[in-house]
Design a protein around this ligand. Structure first.
Ligand code: NI
Length: 434
């Protein structure tokens, strides 16, 4: 018994020692390829491609993964690339995801590798730019592939590299993004046990990682409300049922959902009307008004609650005025909550802290933006975290934000992303692997 205890103890301490040694190896390997990671990123940055058009981009990724001896599948959800790296030892399947698309934004940053690309989007001529940092996500994940494939013999499991198109949405009438990749079986064959992903952030200092367990980015549903009344001459409103007055009441009443229905001490929610269209002339009361907006929440319960309240308030308010309201929610856009599995996050937090330094891993408030990484997390437990991309000492309030022509990244933060994804993979495997 004593012997057994001793043996267990020495196994544990050896394992802790081995884990530290692994992190040192990862760190050295990641630092050694920093220049290459930055070079990949600059090349992607100079040649951005919009969602479902990532042909050049995915070609480069697929060729590189193949050169590392990784099994590659292309053309998933249009331009997606999947790489499967089988380790030398049995164990779980860890998926790592990077998104590949740029945005219809004309770059204004003065850099030698700034994008000058022009393309078309929904029939319009537009500039294209990696204005959300997906170029860095790809370069980081290629770096991870390089590091982990060099440790292949010792890997206790399989790594699935997911390079996903169209995170920012697809052109009208097309399918794509994470939802489509899941439909096409990205989480099967081999079956994924866990998924990790990161997003660079231009308003978080390099060297820092921010995270949040449970609801981390909002679930989104858009809505369309069509209010129908009766048209009349603007001088004789008593002959009308005025949909403009009804719509004004509906918009005002919708404000009470967040303030009076959602328990905002637990989770925030957002109800925004972004479009209101009705009428053709100043003195004609129109027959219909159309409104569109976005609803955001952090739990499935709040999703139901917000949508039900929008429907009830809109239809019953219209009814009170003798009009009708038809509500479609979701209308054309629906993302689940980006939900970090609570147990998994607690289990992997020490890995992030050991990688970045405890003081550099920061719990963040929920983000009311959305991410289609949530579609993977609906099927398997996962963690999505944020990586610093703002120069040290920068001001997060004035640093150019994502999706703007001035968006800029400090490239010195990339290797931390490589190390974090490698260490999450190795620590998860070593805790599970036999
Ligand atoms: Ni993004």
């Amino acid at each position: 018994m004593k012997k057994l205890l001793l043996a267990t103890f020495s196994f544990l301490s050896l394992s802790a020692f081995a884990q530290t040694a692994l992190k040192t190896t990862v760190s050295k390997k990641a630092d050694a390829i920093e220049k290459q990671i930055i070079a990949w990123r600059r090349d992607f940055h100079e040649h951005p491609e919009l969602g479902n058009r990532e042909v050049r981009t995915s070609g480069i990724i697929a060729a590189y993964l193949k050169s590392l001896g990784i099994e590659v599948k292309t053309g998933v959800a249009t331009t997606g690339v999947i790489g499967v790296l089988k380790g030398g030892k049995p164990g779980p399947v860890v998926a790592l995801r990077a998104d590949m698309d740029g945005l219809p934004v004309t770059e204004r940053v003065d850099l030698p590798f700034a994008s000058k690309v022009k393309t078309t989007y929904n029939g319009q001529e537009v500039g294209a730019m990696h204005a959300c940092g997906h170029d860095s996500h790809m370069a980081i994940l290629m770096g991870v592939a390089e590091v982990l494939s060099s440790m292949k013999a010792d890997l206790r499991g399989t790594v699935k590299f997911i390079f996903q198109p169209a995170e920012e949405g697809v052109p009208l009438g097309e399918k794509g993004g994470a939802e489509q990749m899941v439909k096409e079986g990205v989480l099967e064959n081999p079956k994924v046990d866990v998924i990790f992903g990161l997003h660079i952030n231009s308003q978080i200092e390099v060297g820092k990682i921010t995270y949040r367990p449970a609801g981390t980015m909002a679930g989104v549903s858009d809505m369309q409300i069509t209010v129908k009344g009766r048209s009349a001459h603007g001088a004789y409103p008593w002959s009308s049922i005025d949909p403009i007055v009804v719509s004004a009441q509906i918009i005002t009443s919708l404000q009470s959902i967040v303030s009076r229905n959602v328990n905002i001490t637990e989770n925030p929610a957002v109800v925004t009307v972004g479009i209101i269209q009705g009428g053709t002339r100043f003195n004609i009361i129109p027959e219909t008004v159309k409104m569109q907006g976005t609803l955001r929440y952090f739990t499935e319960n709040d999703e139901k609650l917000v949508i039900e309240n929008v429907k009830r308030i809109a239809t019953k308010t219209a009814e009170a005025y003798g009009a009708t309201a038809e509500v479609i929610a979701p209308f054309s856009n629906h993302y689940p909550v980006t939900y970090n599995d609570v147990v998994l996050t607690a289990k992997m937090l020490p890995t992030l802290e050991a990688t970045a330094g405890k003081e550099n891993v920061i719990l963040r408030p929920p983000v009311t933006g959305a991410e289609d990484f949530s579609f993977y997390q609906q099927k398997v437990p996962g963690i999505f975290f944020f990586l610093g991309g703002m120069p040290k000492g920068g001001n997060p309030l004035t640093a150019p934000s994502h999706h703007t022509p001035d968006f800029v990244l400090d490239e010195s933060g990339f290797t931390l992303g490589v190390k974090a994804l490698c260490n999450l993979t190795l620590d998860y495997m070593n805790a599970k692997g036999k």
